[in-house]
Write a protein that binds this ligand. Structure first.
Ligand code: NAD
Ligand code: IPM
Ligand code: MN
Length: 367
């Protein structure tokens, strides 16, 4: 019997609602395998700030250090509400980025996946979707503008100014590029390198490092694409992409665009991977304050993040596949949550918990 300690950080907004559905799925996996999941909930995010005085309380810090894996719901408040928390303690700066740094999860895998049979979910025309969308964006997660030196003040002319540095060293760049190459090797052997070397020096170094290590992956074809052009290409011909590798900020923006071309951010799970098995799993999207508390959020992103945990942290590859298949079966049966079942679409509407229940039914049927 394998025993795993899993830190459960439900987060803010829709976080607790979608986390509940992910937990339902984990319970099924636990029942039918030689595995025990010790699920330990801990405060994290804006809710933790109000209840514990910190968006990343010490007890949660200790828990994530010893856990075998961490699953995290989205954190954060609406623009207006977030003003109630001092800038440096807001959960994005005070909890999420410190979590990434603490676990050194430098590699963020964000699948952007829509089979041809679900092309109607996408705002793109069926002929643009073609045979379907099947991309994994590999985003560097602990460097770049997010973690560079920052300065805010008043300059000699009395003007307020700000300076934020985009910093990388060659080891950080090589680490994420190796992830991109290895993933490409396991898939179609094509790596799209997304950069902005026509302007940014960081991209010049990035591409230099890429040239240096590319020889270790001679079976992989590298295609260089400037990030702005990549944004357009994702809309016009997403089928050309398989593995895309990029720095932190580019990955933040393009992965949300990925959710856009699928039809909803609710279809965006992710895995955040570090060294020596350190990892945490979270949806790519935010806390969706506009729909929180209504049981209308799509839990696919959270359940999919758990499937990624089963695969990457516990090597339960078959059960991970079963979870994806079960979610697919729910869609194939003509159901979805409100984000994807617009009036007139003919798609049968499910509440958040009903989606989770249906996934569980399909999962149990497939044993
Ligand atoms: P968002 O991703 O929360 O929402 C954007 C849109 O997508 C909204 O209309 C929302 O309803 C919809 N949406 C997102 N997830 C959905 C789901 N599972 N099902 C159905 N619809 C879904 O982005 P935002 O509104 O810009 O940000 C809200 C807060 O979330 C901010 O405080 C932001 O900082 C935070 N945030 C946190 C994370 C994280 O924890 N990793 C990621 C992104 C944003
Ligand atoms: C994401 C989010 C975060 C990011 C924010 C909340 C700090 O947008 O995970 O994509 O920008 O990385
Ligand atoms: Mn983002």
């Amino acid at each position: 019997m394998s025993k795993y300690k899993i830190a459960i950080l439900a987060g803010d907004g829709i976080g607790p609602e979608i986390m509940q559905e992910g937990i339902k799925v984990l319970k099924v996996i636990e029942q039918r395998n030689e595995v025990e999941f010790d699920l330990i909930e801990a405060p994290f995010g804006a809710s933790a700030y109000f209840s514990h005085g910190s968006s990343f309380p010490e007890e949660t810090q200790r828990l994530v250090d010893l856990a075998d894996a961490v699953v995290k719901g989205p954190i954060g408040l609406s623009h207006q509400e977030s003003k109630k928390i001092p800038v440096d303690q807001q959960p994005e700066r005070g909890a999420l980025l410190p979590l990434r740094k603490r676990l050194n999860t430098y590699a963020n895998f964000r699948p952007v996946y829509l089979p041809k049979s679900l092309a109607h979910f996408s705002p793109l025309k069926a002929e643009v979707i073609g045979e379907g969308i099947d991309i994994i964006m590999v985003r560097e997660l602990v460097g770049g503008l997010y973690f560079g030196a920052k300065e805010m003040g008043v300059n000699d002319q009395g003007k307020r100014y700000v300076r934020e540095m985009l910093e990388y060293d060659e080891d950080q760049i090589a680490a994420i590029l190796h992830e991109g190459f290895k993933l490409a090797q396991s898939r179609k052997k094509v790596l799209h390198n997304i950069h902005k070397s026509n302007v940014l020096k960081s991209s010049v170094l990035w591409n230099e490092v890429l040239e240096e290590i590319a020889g270790q992956y001679s079976d992989v074809t590298v295609i260089h694409t400037l990030v702005d052009a990549a944004a357009t290409a994702l809309c016009l011909n997403p089928g050309q992409f398989d593995v895309m590798v990029m720095e932190n900020m580019f990955g933040d923006i393009l992965s949300d665009q990925g959710g856009g071309i699928l039809g909803s951010l609710g279809l965006m799970p992710s895995a955040c991977l570090g060294e020596n098995g350190k990892a945490y799993y979270e949806p790519s999207h935010g806390s969706a304050p506009d729909i929180a508390g209504q049981q209308i959020a799509n839990p696919y992103s959270m359940i999919g993040s758990m499937a990624m945990m089963l695969e990457y942290s516990f090597n339960m590859v078959d059960e991970a596949r079963n979870v994806w298949d079960a979610m697919q079966s729910v869609f194939d049966a003509g159901y979805s949550t409100a984000d994807l079942s617009k009036p007139g679409s003919g798609i049968k509407l499910l509440k958040t918990a009903d989606f989770g229940d249906k996934v569980v039914q399909h999962l149990m049927a497939n044993n």
